[in-house]
Design a protein around this ligand. Structure first.
Ligand code: GLN
Length: 476
């Protein structure tokens, strides 16, 4: 057997000589070749390169010179740059574009001897909740091929649950790591804003975007965060707060947990999701944790605030894709203006165009105060309220998503229905706090779903320690 669902098991097998990095990679490549044509998670597989690297790392292991992630095989969302490889954010507009440098997260992974096996499908420019807005087509949920894997990091979630690699990196602007993690039964972490460098991440909404891991276990998420987090001179917004040893968990202590009443009472929340969460809350209380139901009166404002601010930032970030500088250009344009207009018209998908237009509108002279400025003010109120709650509590608990994975095609017809998918996840991106989705439950429909915890800025060590404890005590 060369198939392991945690890095710890992988390491034990490597150490006991039961496997080698080459065998592990071969096994993943086999799974990819068997499953990927149906699942559509990988858009490019680095077969030769991954095998060659596995060989080198096997050698390092035998010489006793290998680093922390030797034998860790990862897939990378297609909005994170890897030098000399194509990157497209799943958009036609970046067709043919090759990265000139690697994202800082990639350099950090490689310097610890991780192996990168390929690039993963996602929603175009990370805009979506079902991985249905990709130029490469929809990703299917390996647990039920009629359902979405979640979005926008759908390929990142599907690849892990289908055992096509051990873990992946995704990006989370409004829930794109946590919601797919919930839909595919994985751990998904959005770190504190600025904890992980965004250098080499194709920007969607710069003041919201964060890179983070999707894994089978909390331990693997902690280990990956330890490697990718920290100050980076290439990203001036990255924080110089010291990186903790996230993977050595704090021993269990009694916690103060705020449960967001408004989320549990929310219309549209699946009855079973609610019941199962409530039973965990009861168990936590029985175990001696202090539970308080608190009100969060801003729930209805989160999604509108998120979409005003992120589309504003997106309209500016995506202005650089003009048919001249990168990737796709329309053939035989008449003049410069046509080059811009026709290239963008042809190569951006509908959702991206919708957001560019919405963002341009909310920033326009007559409407700036009414929308953009107001949304900034709401953002501040949400941040203050969150800080206030976290003065009294260690964690804020809520569902990750209102339900389990939905059918491919079902929600795409109405963008506002799709936008409401993010109702519980956008909070952490608006406020900047770290948040995690932990895969505790299986619904009677057979699909998994997660519980979400949010904590104070830069308290990932607490968040991960507590998550690991909950996983041990409460997973079904
Ligand atoms: N689903 C959300 C959106 O469409 C979140 C995307 C993300 O986190 N990248 O914007």
């Amino acid at each position: 057997m060369n198939s392991y669902t945690s890095f710890k098991d992988t390491q034990i097998a490597l150490k006991n000589g039961k496997t080698t990095c080459v065998k592990i990679v071969e096994n993943y490549l086999k799974n990819i070749s068997e499953k990927n044509s149906d699942i559509n998670a990988f858009i490019e597989v680095f077969s030769d390169e991954a095998l060659e690297r596995a060989k080198q790392i096997d050698l390092k292991i035998s010489e006793g010179t290998s680093s922390k992630l030797a034998g860790f095989v990862l897939g990378i969302k297609d909005n994170i740059c890897i030098k000399d490889h194509k990157v497209s954010a799943s958009s036609k507009i970046l067709q043919g574009f090759t990265s000139l440098y690697s994202a800082t997260v990639i350099e950090r992974l490689l310097s610890e001897d991780a192996i990168i096996i390929g690039r993963l499908n996602c929603d175009e420019f990370a805009m979506g909740s079902g991985n249905e807005n990709s130029v490469y087509g929809s990703v299917r949920n390996p647990l039920d091929m009629t359902k979405v894997p979640g979005g926008s990091s759908g390929g990142s979630a599907a690849a892990v649950v289908a055992n096509m690699c051990l873990a992946t990196l995704g990006s989370d602007t409004g829930g794109s790591i946590r919601q797919p993690a919930s839909f595919c039964g994985l751990v998904g972490l959005k770190p504190t804003y600025s904890r992980v460098s965004r250098h080499g991440l194709i920007a969607y909404a710069s003041s919201f975007d964060q890179i983070g891991p999707l894994t089978n276990t909390v331990e693997d998420t902690a280990l990956l965060l330890e490697v990718i987090a920290g100050k980076d001179k290439m990203d001036s917004t990255s924080s110089s707060v010291q990186v903790d040893d996230y993977s050595s968990f704090i021993k269990p202590v009694k916690r103060k947990i705020a449960v967001l009443k408004d989320c549990l009472e929310r219309e549209g929340l699946d009855v079973e999701v609610k019941q199962k969460l409530e039973s965990t809350i009861q168990q936590l209380q029985d175990d001696g944790h202090e539970i308080t139901y608190v009100s969060f009166p801003y729930l209805d404002f989160l999604v509108p605030t998120y979409y005003v601010l992120t589309t504003a930032e997106a309209s500016s970030n995506l202005a650089r894709f003009d048919g001249v500088h990168y990737g796709y250009r329309i053939e035989n344009p008449e003049n410069l203006e046509d080059t811009y207009i026709d290239s963008r018209t042809t190569a951006f998908g509908d959702e991206v165009k919708r957001r560019i237009m919405l963002g341009t509108f909310v920033l326009s002279a007559g409407y700036n105060d009414e929308y953009y400025k107001k949304a900034q003010q709401v953002r501040r109120i949400v941040q203050n309220k969150t800080d206030e709650l976290l003065k009294d509590f260690d964690f804020i608990l809520s569902p990750t998503s209102p339900h389990t994975a939905f059918e491919i095609g079902k929600k795409k017809v109405d963008p506002t229905v799709m936008y409401l998918e993010d109702i519980f996840t956008v909070h952490a991106n608006i406020s900047g706090n770290p948040a995690i989705s932990i895969p505790l439950y299986t619904h009677s429909n057979g699909l998994p779903f997660g519980l979400q915890l949010l904590s104070k800025d830069f308290t990932e060590k607490d968040l991960l320690s507590f998550s690991s404890e909950i996983m041990k005590n409460f997973s079904e």
